[in-house]
Design a protein around this ligand. Sequence first.
Ligand code: CUA
Length: 292
Amino acid sequence: MWVLLSLALCLMLFFWMIAWHVWGNQNPSSVTYRTKPKEFVAMVEAFTKKYMIGTDNGVPVVMPDPKKDVFMLGEQWRWTPVLVLQKGEWYKIHLSSKDVMHGFSIQPVNMNFMVYPDYDYVLNFKPTEAGDFKVVCNEFCGIGHHQMLGRIVVIENDEDLKKYNYDKTSLTERMAKVAAGGTAVTAAPMSETEMATAGKELFSLKACSACHTIDGKKLVAPTWKGVFGSEEEVMDEQGNYSKVTVNEEYLRESIRFPEKKKVKGYEKIPMTVVPLTDAEVEQLIAFIKTVR
Ligand code: CUA
């Protein structure tokens, strides 16, 4: 009897799956493109730089124009950027992963998509409800999986931005500058303060913040708070321990070749080597110096 019952249940679920596909109204569009992580990351960065209005816990916050292409990237271990969308407007959301398979799950509405690297999934998306939505990863993707969160904020008008402590003044100013024929980025040599500001932007843009904190909290990697000038016990590639003072030279080496001297307690955790220009490395170091 139990075998028959379970068989009946299996069959019911099977046909319900087909019925849901037809009447469920929750099917992803089948538009999918081939891409490469590098290519997709470049698109996400360009998109983020264009529409960025600030940061939220180290993740860039962007407020794109409606009806435009919008990007969201899954990477170990965060969703980036935070999206601010207008209620009742259509967006074309592109989803992909930089590294491994992630699950894109919007809560509490419970919409789920699988996100693989090398594919760009296009979802035509119209938020019908204002509010604060979480994006959780529901595919086990490594030691930081449980903290892989993203955020989509849906607003009805610009007033709503205040609720989230967001402010789009910088975006409006940037857009005005571009409209007047200027560029959004300046090329003049930078002062130490400007370098630190640029470094702070890189901290969120290049996902350093996925593993390092600036408030002393412990994630999968050492915090940057107070790290500059501190003495750390490190392990070299042969497994020998020694003491180093964290200075520019050490940081420069560690950003480029993380395996050379690893901080005690984090020996087993591989650090991602992020492709950065020499100027960007210096900007990050300038920022690290300011994190006290
Ligand atoms: Cu990404 Cu779990």
